[in-house]
Design a protein around this ligand. Sequence first.
Ligand SMILES: [Zn+2]
Length: 108
Amino acid sequence: MNFHDLRIIVGQIKKSIACPKCKATYHDEDIEVIGNLSEEHSFFHAACGECNSESVINVTLEYPEHDHSLTLPKLGSAPRLGNISVNDVLDMRNFLKSFKGDFKELLS
Ligand SMILES: [Zn+2]
């Protein structure tokens, strides 16, 4: 996952995912990277700016054979991860400090 991918993923999250509680959409500053399981699989944390509820989004990237400049993120929500709670994920985020997770700084 590179900077190009990050921009696409954040754009995709803002476009297609809403707060499960109040249905508000997310903004750049609400979304941060938790960490990557692999090149294609990463986790994002989103905190709703309206109601403060937190959710975890898992992202799978697909790079089509014929065009490696194209990134197709597939977004899923946390329940598919099983019994991982937001706190577990926040612990994991503390553990994985390769990225500061500040999209506002990154995208400006
Ligand atoms: Zn909300």
